[in-house]
Design a protein around this ligand. Structure first.
Ligand code: C5P
Length: 202
């Protein structure tokens, strides 16, 4: 039996951590759909046409070790505004969502466009300064040279582009449960998400 959990939200709100924990908790498979756009963005930075890059994406592209770089995040949000790029990635995401045994997909348009029929939808958010602080710490731990202001600026730019685009903009589905993690630690955020999903499982 399939059961789809859609988790959307802006950059660094905690979607990835929550999605992995929720998938573990329920024994569901997890797909970080941002990786698809990051892989297309990375291929564009390599010189490929973004639509062609999306149409010929293969598993090795998703295993690249540069996908978390800030330049790739910006490139991802640029290619993500191209309708043909999004269209090329739809079938893969929907097939993943309907797999037997349950699936968690996290991204920007899962509850609105990719899986409007998802049984559980969450929109995970937090204030932009809290999100930038978390992302800054993550990057600093990895040894990436940057500043808090630079991270905050890039994040605001990316969120603005993701929210303003015509194709599948970042926004909560009407029936999504909003989880604001600004004042929560990881355990509280995961517990809130698990409870919301349990409520939909009946
Ligand atoms: O989630 P992550 O930060 O890895 O996503 C990178 C970029 O990919 C986002 O800024 C957004 O532009 C794009 N994206 C998207 N739709 C998704 C997932 C990611 O447009 N479902």
């Amino acid at each position: 039996m399939s059961f789809t959990v859609a988790i959307d939200g802006p950059a660094a709100a905690g979607k990835g951590t929550i999605s992995r924990a929720v998938a573990d908790h329920f024994g569901f498979a997890h797909l970080d759909t941002g990786l698809l756009y990051r892989a297309v963005g990375a291929r564009m930075l390599d010189g490929l046409d973004p639509v062609q890059a999306a149409e010929t994406l293969d598993p090795a592209d998703l295993a690249r070790d540069d996908l978390r770089a800030p330049a790739v995040a910006q490139a991802a949000s640029k290619v993500a505004a191209i309708a043909q790029v999004r269209a090329a990635l739809v079938d893969f995401q929907r097939a993943f969502a309907s797999r037997a045994g349950g699936a968690v997909l996290d991204g920007r348009d899962i509850g609105t466009v990719i899986c409007p029929e998802a049984q559980a939808k969450l929109f995970v958010t937090a204030s932009d300064t809290v999100r930038a602080e978390r992302r800054y710490r993550e990057l600093a731990e990895k040894g990436v040279q940057t500043t808090f202001d630079e991270v905050l600026g890039e994040m605001r730019e990316r969120d603005a582009r993701d929210s303003a685009r015509a194709a599948a903009p970042l926004k909560p589905a009407q029936d999504a449960v909003i989880v604001d993690t600004s004042q929560m630690d990881i355990d509280q955020a995961v517990a809130t998400a698990v409870a919301a999903i349990e409520a939909r499982r009946g």
